[in-house]
Design a protein around this ligand. Sequence first.
Ligand SMILES: NC(=O)c1ccc[n+]([C@@H]2O[C@H](COP(=O)([O-])OP(=O)(O)OC[C@H]3O[C@@H](n4cnc5c(N)ncnc54)[C@H](OP(=O)(O)O)[C@@H]3O)[C@@H](O)[C@H]2O)c1
Length: 453
Amino acid sequence: MPKHILKPAAKADLRQRQEQSSACRVALIGFGTVGRAVAKILSENAESSLRLTHICNRNVERKKQPWVPSDVIWTDDVEAVLKSDIDIVIELIGGLDPAGRIVRSALEAGKSVVTANKQLIARHGSDLLQLARSKGCQIEFGASVAGGVPVLPALRTGLCGDRLHGIAGILNGTCNYILSRIENARIPFSEALEEAQARGYAEADASEDLDGGDARAKLAILALAGLHARVAPESIRARTIRPLDAVDFDYAAELGCTIRQISRAVLKPAGPQPVHPKEDLKENALLAEVGPCLVPTDSPFGRVQRNLNLVVTSGQYGGDMAFLGAGAGGDPTAVAVVSDVMFVAQNLSAGAGKRDVASYVSTPVISGDFETPWYLRFFVRDQPGIVARLAQIMAAHHLNIDSLLQKPGFDKASLPFVITLEPCRDSLLHPALEDMAGLDFSIRPCLCLPILR
Ligand SMILES: NC(=O)c1ccc[n+]([C@@H]2O[C@H](COP(=O)([O-])OP(=O)(O)OC[C@H]3O[C@@H](n4cnc5c(N)ncnc54)[C@H](OP(=O)(O)O)[C@@H]3O)[C@@H](O)[C@H]2O)c1
């Protein structure tokens, strides 16, 4: 056999080495629930344009897995990973520190970054996009909102030709699990929470989920990516789902509705629309809020059950688009991460490192002053004149009552009933609620929920 003709096995080996040398070199930092699932996809599919080179985790020895290719370097030395010749860093540690420092160091060193870290992106996404641009590399965070639901990639590509003015979503699977369980089984809130905790859908301290902190961080990311609005998560008002009672689902059903935790943001230009999207949008206002709302039972939001996520975008040209799916879980989230890595790798090989998103970001005034119909639920000690007293307060604040609902069969010492109001701004309703808070027959604070039609 002539010397220059190789056997098939050697040929395959050579091809593999050639492919590996041109493949994008990927380091994974954080080998937990999502990191492990990402490593599995990258190891099993042997996608030739991507090559997993490092897995980095603290105390890494206990993490080693036999299914990871033998040439992958396991390490707990983040600095060494960042100094190596990798192209893309996948950050899956979570939290602000040290994840933030690692992401910044990677971008400073000209490495592109893929992350699923909502805390980091919600607080520093705009700056990190700017840093990536200045270094000619990329940062992608498609898994940071709605886990495996590809809404952020859709905003980046399929919807970037539209001019979006609103985004609304069910962004927290824990809340949705609890609310849909109360809806379907009419169990108390505390029982639904315990069940969610037992099934691993809620943490022991579920405050971030129940009180809206998790969802408003995700809403801030959606506002940045879809509405080009820089919003501090803390500036978005969040209302808790804790005061909800099974009876609220009975009254909501009377109105053709159910109750969901909804995150919504609507861009309201203060003056005439800018002619060009890159014009300064500083004068804009963003209405944004997270909290339980009444939604029609047969609406897309009303139909979302268990721990699924739904995001609906509203565009000037394309109208409404909906994205539904698994908002969490190792495998679905890993798919979103690997998809981002493939997107970055394709851009790197095409020599297109930069993204344009950060170049026209507004800093709008944030307000929760939505105008909607309202659901007010009272728990009272029954006595004559209650409705007259409430109606008097509403009239004094120029609020119009739409309906009054009272189901029979409740204890007179703790009687729930509901008043619905015609549409009005939150700022108009709020002083009336303060006046109602002092009423002697009221035994619980009035529960006040927007009705989204
Ligand atoms: N899980 C989901 O369903 C989901 C969905 C969407 C987005 N995300 C996001 O994905 C990211 C990862 O989540 P996860 O659920 O995979 O978290 P996780 O299971 O807690 O994994 C985090 C991993 O990072 C390691 N780690 C923590 N601090 C480190 C440090 N200083 N240096 C090196 N390694 C460190 C942890 O090691 P130890 O084993 O020593 O703790 C662990 O292996 C988070 O940003 C999360 O918000 C998760």
